[in-house]
Design a protein around this ligand. Sequence first.
Ligand SMILES: *Cc1c(COP(=O)(O)O)cnc(C)c1O
Length: 455
Amino acid sequence: MSDTYARSNLAAIDAAHHLHPFSDMKKLNADGARIIQRGEGVYIWDAKGKKYLDGFAGLWCVNIGYGRHEIADAVARQMKELPYYNTFFGTTTTPATLLSEKVVSHAGPHLNHVFFTASGSEANDTWFRMARVYWAAVGKPSKKIVIARKNGYHGSTVAGASLGGMKYMHEQGDLPIPGIVHIDQPYWYGEGGDLSPDEFGLKVARQLEEKIDELGEENVAAFVAEPVQGAGGVIIPPNTYWPEIQRICKARNILLVADEVICGFGRLGEWFGHQHFGVEPDLAPVAKGLSSGYLPVGGVLVSDRVADVLINDVGDFNHGFTYSGHPVCATAALENLRILEDERLVERVRDNIGPYFARAWGALGDHDLVGEAVSIGLMGALQLAADKKTRMRFEKPDAVGALVRNHALANGLVLRATGDRMLASPPLVITHEEVDEMIRITRIALDSAWRELKS
Ligand SMILES: *Cc1c(COP(=O)(O)O)cnc(C)c1O
């Protein structure tokens, strides 16, 4: 099949056969999918040759940027030596074992073990079972319920989608499954009313305590949250939130699970989001930035408290995936972590490009269409608002977000829209000039959308 043939027909083939995740497929098939063909640094090119600055790092994951041949070379070597072997029934491979040591070396001092998966969803399914197995093994089998948050995101498998708090996901397939309940999110702009952010942060954190007391501490296994909600709209919790959550989990003796799938591996300027907020989770699902998306790999970081019980009391945890610790994927992750270390990319987010991005992105807050412009590390959100002063939102938030996103795309910048929040999460290697370009195009997109909305 020639390249020309492939290009002219790919959209039609795609429309005929390919069912896409999270896409309006009728519309997608009519428009034709955008075909992305090449990437280098923070840029991607589509099949028509149009260049885009990828302000979203693929899907929050290409932390080291595109086109890193070191990873391709390491992966090719491993492919030739041993393309696959499992980690079941008493075996391992060199990359899987080396990755287990490397990945926990950057987490909090009490996290010293990892259980590998191939994705973030599988990682969430894994800890969900692990938490219940843990409590049963320590003689508290009634501790089963998991408390999660509205508008949280923990993946698309049955447990992942149930743990998540997305109504539009729950509606499809009769979710959540039993044993999962949701409390409010720390979304001050949208739900804080007249409270100050700090007051609101405490209030929603204390919902956890109230919910545990309502359900009975003896029935609750864990609380799960993203350090900063990603898919929900880059919701950065008020400063009072995390310390209070940590206090409650300790006081009520429930496991704290930090979903680090986005925040892990430098996004917030620390290796993990829990370090940024000074929190000590008992379990931490990871994926995305672990391999910068070059190959699928995820896992659950497990604290000594839980690991000791799994190893010494449970013995055989009847759980695992064919691709747990896949040697080629583990090789990609090892090389990715080497690059993050050698190029000091995490420190760079904290000390250099994060603060630069915060100033540049924050300046967009002066735009008439923007209610607030917030960021943390290299994760940013613009809250679109109909009236800045009263925090009044647009009647059709999804349409306004899509309008800004489409103008950004037309001008060569990939941003994501979640309702009326515009999200940015560029590769950690982005330069100052590239941040400037991002901001310049975002402003053009906001101006164009504003003109259309007024007319
Ligand atoms: C993406 C994501 C997941 C799911 O990961 P997949 O690899 O898509 O299964 C889980 N949790 C969070 C916080 C995520 O952002």
